[in-house]
Design a protein around this ligand. Sequence first.
Ligand code: UD1
Ligand code: CA
Length: 453
Amino acid sequence: MNIVILAAGQGKRMHSNLPKVLHPVAGKALAQHVIDTARSLAPEKMVVVYGHGGEVVRSTLNSADILWAKQEPQLGTGHAVAQALPEISAMGQTLVLYGDVPLTKASTLKRLLQAGKDGLSILTVNLLNPAGYGRIVRDAAGQVQRIVEEKDATPEEKLICEVNTGIMVIPSSHLADWLGRLSNKNAQGEYYLTDVVALAVAEGVPIHTAQPDGEWEVLGVNSKVQLAELERVHQRNLADAMLVGGVRLADPNRIDVRGELGYGRDVFIDVGCVFEGKVELGDAVEVGPYCVLKNVKVGAGTRIAAFCHFEDAVIGPDGVLGPYARLRPGTELGPEVHIGNFVEVKKSKIGAQSKANHLAYIGDAEIGQRVNVGAGTITCNYDGANKHLTIIEDDVFIGSDTQLVAPVRVGRGATLGAGTTLTKDAPPDALTVSRAKQISLTGWVRPQKIMSS
Ligand code: UD1
Ligand code: CA
């Protein structure tokens, strides 16, 4: 089986410098959705037809299993498929997909391929408003005769509600012959792929149709309006699948998954959260409202409060995070770690039961177990040229407003007094304080404001 993906169209109505098929749905290019679905059908050959100026399409989507065919100029869908002929095999079936129709399910395409086993098959839908689409013309016995484009249709043909989705399976052995016989003598002056249907009928090749489970499967993108509509449809489908899978969502219309979201049992997600890349939520994880998680693994039982932003982080079980916590790449938190409001952690390991509950920056640090990081603590990891490591061993207590000037080590069980600027290692089990002795001046008078006359 060959798959040909048409992606040469310009997409003028997108009003964008980005080629249409590279616009994202759920964070992934339209054509990438199509390629991924196509790949799941294990075709022998997969050809993407790209257009003039489409080098960025090619470089963005490139992968070893994709063959490329350039169509320049663009003379219609039939002409587009013809450009792929040198790349495909003349055996079996050829499935034609559109690079701007991203959500067709693999199961629907399998059904279409099955229907077309002994001939040609067309994916059709019945639309209340068929305007703009090619219509499926059947004879009195209900046999498909041909497809007529809107612009070439008679008033009677325009009343037909069964339309061509554009997705079609054609016997490969006939393809070169039929495409070679297409004419562009029609309203648009284009070589229509749809005209192969009449040629097949004339040769007695059986024509079949199949329908998708949902109309959204065959919706294409021509404008930002349609792109936004498709995004919502797709997100709602993803949310519904999560509900079916046992996740509790505060509102299935207010969640965005732009990647892969894995989850255990009894997970709860509040409104407005965005999940990007690969995210895994363990059993009973709770995610509060308006959190952004990108490439994050969250251990079972961890609770994330509102407005957190986590990226490339691994979070242990039974953690308590946020609100307003930020975990940056390279963060690894052990079990039962607490990270509170306005705490930023970068490229650091924090051991079990350690806490940084308020206003801190922890970067390039290794923190042991049961450590308490006081409010306002900062690891001064950067000397203006290089990054240095801060090591804080188990059971350390760090007083508020402490600066740890790295590289520096705080020994097991040590206490740092509030306001300490630590520039040398602190020994274990001792109190280390760097601030000046507190003094009080009696009889000291505050400066007075000078009154102008
Ligand atoms: C096509 C069908 C129509 C169907 C409709 C469904 C034809 C003649 N008509 O019409 O029956 O109802 O799709 O949406 O096939 N493309 C190229 N090169 C070209 C022209 C198009 O690669 O020279 C690609 C486009 O990028 C797009 C797809 O083919 O992905 C469809 O092209 P478009 O112009 O949107 O087709 P329609 O005229 O809408
Ligand atoms: Ca067109």
